[in-house]
Ligand binder design. Structure first.
Ligand SMILES: NC(=O)c1ccc[n+]([C@@H]2O[C@H](COP(=O)([O-])OP(=O)(O)OC[C@H]3O[C@@H](n4cnc5c(N)ncnc54)[C@H](OP(=O)(O)O)[C@@H]3O)[C@@H](O)[C@H]2O)c1
Length: 329
């Protein structure tokens, strides 16, 4: 089978597509013939050796995908060869096949294309856990999503909308990204590159929420943006730290938290795969149901052959993806 192989941690261009032996399932495992793999920002961090989990070398990157079960190991129940599944893995979806524990596979609705199954995985799971599990979102909440044109951001916008947020505001970089964020469902967008962001963001969020402020902030961006976002928050607001796409890890001034009873909480979604697999299954079925009801539409910008993985990752790294890129193994 074909697989993108990382033999040494480093720049994404140093990985190559190679022929490797097909995997066989062990007890509790399944082999899936992959028809689509989603490209995500953390893939770059994993390949560069900058991610919290470093796979043993050599390895294939890729955390999400969809395909057809082709073999099952001893003790697997609930899945059979021929089933269409979406899946999440620590790594390994940039390949024509993957072996993984059956727990990490989610049966897809019959009418769901593979590229959609792949795109409704990692970032939608992250957004769902951020909004519901960490931020205790309820219908009527006002939500500020930072990086609203990105993977986690646009999924958070769509889910906040689908789950009954009263106002969804997207923090973005530039006009093109503002369009994407509006297409995902934002009522308002704010350009995070504006002068005096600390005051400007607060004014914009206040105006969009009738003076109330943001009940929830979803923050996959970090850097100076986090400080400005904290100043937009409503009484008893909840900010979820999801990532640091801006590159800098912010330091939080705790006086903001005291003055408005604000909670700041973190999310490491992949931990839930290990610690709460039933919760991850429940959330995936909820995401699939919302898709079937027409409430979620992943913004797929492009589908590329596996051989163009480096091009896809470069576009994401340089802010030129403008939506999700799907690799077709
Ligand atoms: N905690 C978890 O479980 C979890 C799960 C998934 C992802 N993550 C993390 O979340 C972060 C985002 O992931 P993603 O998949 O959403 O990435 P992405 O698709 O690249 O989106 C990042 C977004 O942030 C914007 N951005 C980057 N730098 C910015 C800045 N200085 N100011 C304002 N906006 C900025 C980007 O705009 P441009 O495109 O214009 O640059 C883009 O809209 C990454 O750090 C990733 O590792 C965490």
């Amino acid at each position: 089978m074909k697989a993108v192989l990382v033999r040494n941690f480093g720049p994404i261009e140093t990985a190559r597509v190679e022929d490797v032996p097909s995997p066989a399932p062990g007890p509790g495992e399944v082999v899936v013939d992959l028809h689509a793999a989603e490209v995500n920002y953390p893939d770059i961090l994993v390949m560069e050796g900058k991610y919290q989990v470093k796979p043993p070398l050599p390895f294939s990157p890729g955390k999400a995908g969809a395909g057809v079960v082709s073999a099952i190991g001893q003790g697997v129940s609930g899945l059979k060869p021929g089933d269409h599944v979406a899946l999440q893995a620590e790594y390994g979806t940039f390949a024509s096949q993957i072996v993984l524990t059956a727990d990490n596979c989610h049966p897809m609705p019959d009418d769901m294309p593979f590229r959609v199954g792949a795109a409704l995985g990692l970032v939608y799971q992250t957004a769902h856990f951020a909004l519901i599990e960490r931020a205790a979102m309820k219908p009527g909440d006002t939500v500020l999503v930072l990086g609203a044109s990105g993977g986690v951001g646009s999924a958070s916008v769509q889910l906040a909308r689908a789950l009954g947020a009263s106002v969804v505001i997207g923090g973005v970089k530039g006009a093109r990204n503002a369009e994407l964020a509006r297409a995902a469902g934002c009522d308002e967008t704010v350009d995070l590159t504006m002068d005096n962001l600390r005051d400007g963001l607060r004014e914009k969020v206040r105006a969009a929420t009738g003076g109330h402020g943001a009940d929830i902030v979803i923050d996959p961006v970090g850097g100076a943006v986090t400080d400005a976002a904290l100043r937009t928050m409503a009484w008893c607001g909840r900010l979820v730290v999801v990532g640091f796409a801006a590159g800098d890890i912010p330091t939080i001034r705790t006086n903001y938290l005291l003055v408005k009873n604000i909670s700041v909480t973190g999310l490491q979604w992949s931990d839930y795969r290990e610690r709460d697999p039933d919760g991850v299954h429940r959330v995936q079925q909820d995401i699939f149901t919302l898709w079937s009801e027409g409430k979620l539409t992943p913004q797929i910008a492009d589908t590329l052959p596996l051989a163009q993985f480096a091009d896809a990752l470069k576009r994401l790294q340089e802010g030129r993806a403008h939506g999700k890129i799907i690799l077709i193994p």
